[in-house]
Design a protein around this ligand. Structure first.
Ligand code: PMP
Length: 399
């Protein structure tokens, strides 16, 4: 385990006072570097982008487009393959409403999995209601991974899209994206990957993963809320029609006819999230300085320690595989996760209790909710110790 987490903790004002924050899978705390970048972009440097004829606006435009370059570098994609969105949810809806509406016909099939977040289920159901596509659900292995052997058996030429989470937000299990891409491409389907929980924890390279769409949210990546990105292959983006209409996404507007800007601008109508994009760029700089290899090792190590501690108790069920990344869902016998979460809060420990926007997965696990502890780069064994102490106190209270 990394020995310098305490130094990292010092960089996070949100963790002042020794708060044991174990809800990073919901949203990550922000390092001072991101807060400083936000303050500067909103204050000293603030101006609009793309339109200004004055120097401040030109500088802001450079900073905004530099942020796009940073996202591209982070994902191993090209700059003109990055569309800024409000987050992963909006990115998936964008794909459904543009690529999906254009390319899918009644009877075409989309393959999802049991562990998907609602944001990778509902956009496809909206499309099902609108154009009559069919949705298939790939089951999980006994230990909580997307079962790609089952996917291989399920996929047919009728499947046009496979849409799967890279890392489960409940189980922490990791998808073999390359294999999923090969399977999808084998039947002529595209692969969309929900990278929300992977982006803060794994080094990413679109060329190696071979997927066709990749989405993530900045706020889980130590960046701000209300921004995220869609990466898609340029040829696919170029063939997608616009989505939202307005300023910035056009080439020429007349009442008779409007022509559109090339991708990615075609998908970014209106004044963009300028400050948020710049702060996302700062978050990427910060995360890359720390190092993604270190992030992955740190998350795996902490999760392994917590899993072993929880499994050593005879009153806890732990969900998910042993080699999962830093997200650990569990149930304490006879105690509702909300009660556990409330008692832990009194102990200065923040976990998530609920269905984690993955109700089909809860149905599969046979529980209405789980308790979930999730780690970030600032987490360390003191957080695990505080959690275990709080679980012990809860046990005493509930008997
Ligand atoms: N997918 C996964 C796996 C997630 O964990 C989340 C956030 N909980 C989302 C999608 C949706 O992200 P956002 O709400 O930031 O759009």
């Amino acid at each position: 385990m990394s020995t310098d987490t305490l130094i990292l903790k010092d960089q996070f004002p949100g963790l002042a006072g020794g708060w044991h924050y174990l809800d990073t899978a919901a949203t990550a705390q922000k390092p001072q570097a991101v807060i400083d970048a936000t303050t500067a972009a909103l204050g000293r440097d603030y101006a609009t982008v793309h339109r200004g004829v004055y120097a401040r606006s030109a500088e802001m435009t450079l900073a905004f487009e530099a942020a796009r370059r940073k996202v591209a570098g982070f994902l191993g994609g090209a700059e003109d393959e990055i569309v800024f969105t409000r987050g992963a949810t909006e990115a998936i809806n964008l794909v459904a409403q543009t690529w999906g509406v254009t390319n899918l016909r009644r009877g075409d099939r989309v393959l999802l999995s049991t562990l998907e977040h609602h944001s990778n289920i509902v956009p496809w159901q909206l499309l099902r209601d609108r154009i009559g596509i069919e949705i298939d659900v790939c089951p999980l292995t006994a230990d909580g991974r997307i079962d790609l052997d089952a996917a291989a058996a399920m996929l047919t030429e009728a499947h046009k899209l496979v849409a799967l989470a890279h890392v489960s937000n409940v189980l922490g299990s990791v998808l073999d994206v390359r294999r999923a891409a090969d399977l999808a491409h084998g039947v002529g389907a595209l692969l969309l990957v929900d990278g929300c929980q992977a982006a803060p924890r794994l080094a990413l390279d679109m060329a190696a993963l071979q997927c066709d769409f990749y989405v993530f949210s900045a706020h889980k990546l130590y960046g701000p809320t209300a921004i995220g990105a869609l990466w898609a292959r340029k040829a696919i983006l170029d063939a997608m029609p616009p989505w939202h209409g307005g300023g910035s996404m056009i080439d020429r507007v007349t009442f008779a006819k409007t022509t559109y800007a090339p991708a990615p601008q075609r998908f970014e109508a209106g004044t963009p999230a300028i400050v948020e994009a710049i702060a996302l760029g700062a978050a990427i700089d910060w995360l890359q300085d720390v190092g993604l290899a270190r992030a992955e090792a740190h998350e795996r190590d902490l999760a392994a320690v917590l899993r072993a501690e929880l499994r050593a108790r005879n009153d806890v069920t732990v969900f998910g595989p042993d080699d999962a990344l830093g997200i650990v869902s569990f149930a304490l016998d006879g105690v509702h996760p909300h009660d556990l979460g409330t008692i832990l809060d009194e102990e200065g420990v923040a976990i998530r209790a609920g269905h984690h926007c993955a109700q089909p997965l809860m149905d599969h696990l046979g529980v209405p909710a789980t308790a979930r502890a999730s780690f970030g780069l600032y987490s360390d064994e003191s957080d695990i110790a505080a959690l275990l102490k709080g679980i012990e106190r809860t046990r005493r209270i509930f008997g």
